[in-house]
Ligand binder design. Structure first.
Ligand code: NAD
Length: 481
């Protein structure tokens, strides 16, 4: 099969071929899907120039005008839903039902920020009460300028939509860098946006590697703000580069989150939520609740059931309608996760099931979901983000111990609590150092609610009004009367 060669640059309303050839693979088959041509610092410079030229007019459009375009993008995504699902599945390995959740999230996010953009017209020039009758004051929120958006491969279109929709809603112009691992769905999204009526230069895409494209975006003096989702190591580099020109930075980074199963929990629900929190997207989630803390009274039966559940999960590619979990995204990630599993065994942790290639999948980066117990608290398996289908289960003897164990991390992205007593679950949720806590609920995400975490998981918040404010400057106008 001849692979298509796709232009990876969309700059000033034109598709352009870049220089570097990025090979895009299908992780279920290990076959090449496409070649995408990537850009470099010069392409970033061209994109920033186009965006700065467009900014003057775009930043002065009304929220209502921007809302029309955001809704058009949402309906364009809805119209190409099946194609986008297929691209997400083939490029990322997600089963169809998971890819569908992603695409619907993108639609919901663009519609939500369309509403917020529209509502923002009525909120401009809000009067501010002052403790003096000699002055009046009004508050304006204005777009911060050209913004650079850098996204990862695990939820490609979703992480993009969470930045792009609020940035456009705020009136910013954009230079987007998709992950070089999964650019296909984003390139389709870019085609939809190209047809949406957005003025030329407002939205630009530069595909490429982190060093060739991500680094120049992070340091470009024409970019006012960088919004980055990815690993902590790279997030730190982005922040360091951005510091040179004192640009705004939002970071969505890693996690090592816990699910706490209290003594009065419904065990079936706990097993369901632990499985979803650990194995959705093959565990390649910043929000994976990869530490499962179980009240000692329930530990034995919980372990029995979670192992049975993990063993029952059908692992397979998106062409298999019965598949519940797809492959890891590429060979590097596959080897990284296997290395973590092997290193975990060397520390004395007990692998109760999984962690190997399924016997019916000779090709592709497939791994059976793993459950570990007896994981040492100072081991990498317990402390570091594994980013694969690996759960570490541990008992606790008191709620205080569970909270201490959960909070003992450099990260603080999310947490889950399972238990029947409302007062107790609320108290435990309030004590957890995490940006989002689910109680007796799967990892549902609403564009209205904030996304982001404590400690080294995040800088700032996405989604909700906070997501849009991240792309706005605040201006006060004070007048003497
Ligand atoms: P990554 O950090 O390797 O790459 C993320 C993006 O940064 C990619 O587009 C990459 O090309 C680019 N990049 C790489 N080097 C760069 C550099 N020096 N300068 C600028 N950009 C550079 O992350 P990944 O492997 O693609 O994604 C997995 C990571 O993302 C995990 O750590 C995960 O926790 C995190 N993540 C966080 C969230 C969240 O909301 N907190 C969501 C999804 C993923």
């Amino acid at each position: 099969m001849v692979n298509p060669v796709l232009a990876g640059l969309y700059i000033e309303g034109q598709w352009r071929s870049g220089g570097e050839q990025l090979t895009v693979i299908n992780p279920s088959t290990e076959e090449r899907l496409a070649i995408v041509t990537g850009g470099d610092a010069r392409a970033v410079d061209d994109a920033v120039r186009a965006a700065r030229t467009a900014f003057d007019a775009w930043s002065r459009t009304t929220g209502a005008a921007r809302a029309i375009i955001l809704r058009k993008i949402a309906s364009g995504v809805a119209a190409r839903r099946e194609k986008l699902i297929a691209l997400q599945s083939s490029n990322n390995g997600k089963p169809g039902f998971e890819a569908a959740i992603d695409v619907d999230d993108v639609i919901g996010t663009f519609n939500y920020y369309a509403d917020l953009a529209q509502a923002s017209d009525g909120q401009q020039n809000r009067a501010v009460e002052l403790p003096s009758e000699d002055f009046t004051a009004r508050l304006r929120r204005e777009p911060c300028g050209v913004v650079g958006l850098i996204v990862p491969w695990n939820f490609p279109m979703v992480t993009t939509a969470w930045k792009l929709a609020p940035a456009l809603a705020a009136g910013c112009c954009v230079v987007l860098k998709p992950s070089e691992v999964t650019p296909l769905a984003e390139l389709e999204l870019a085609r939809i946006i190209a047809d949406s009526g957005l003025p030329t230069g407002v939205f630009n895409v530069v595909c490429g590697t982190g060093l060739e494209v991500g680094a120049p975006i992070s340091s470009h003096p024409g970019i006012a703000k960088v919004s980055f989702t990815g690993s902590n190591a790279v997030g730190v580099q982005v922040m360091q580069r951005a510091a040179e020109t004192v640009k705004g930075v939002s970071l969505e980074l890693g996690g090592k989150s816990s699910l706490i199963v209290l003594a009065d929990a419904d065990l079936d629900l706990a097993v369901e939520l632990a499985s979803g929190g650990g194995y959705f997207n093959a565990g390649q989630m910043c929000s994976a609740t990869s530490r499962v803390l179980v009240a000692n009274e329930l530990l034995g039966p919980f372990l029995e059931r979670i192992v049975a559940k993990a063993q029952s999960i059908k692992v397979g590619g998106p062409e298999d309608d019965d598949a519940e979990m797809g492959p890891l995204v590429n060979q590097a990630q596959y080897q990284r996760v296997i290395a973590h599993i092997e290193a975990g065994k060397d520390t004395g942790a007990q692998l109760l099931c999984g962690g190997k290639r399924p016997s019916d999948q000779p090709r592709g980066y497939f791994l059976q979901p793993a459950v570990f117990s007896h994981v040492p608290l100072d081991s990498a398996l317990w402390r570091e983000e594994i980013f694969g289908p690996v759960l570490c289960v541990r008992g606790f003897s008191s709620q205080g111990e569970a909270i201490t164990l959960a909070n003992d991390s450099q990260f603080g992205l999310v947490a889950s609590v399972v238990g029947r007593d409302t007062e107790t679950t609320e108290r435990v949720a309030n004590a957890l150092q995490a940006g989002l806590v689910w109680i007796n609920a799967p990892q549902v995400i609403f564009p209205q609610a904030a996304w982001g975490g404590y400690k080294q998981s995040s800088l700032g918040r996405e989604l909700g009004p906070w997501g849009m404010q991240a792309f706005q400057e605040i201006k006060h106008v004070v007048r003497g009367v």
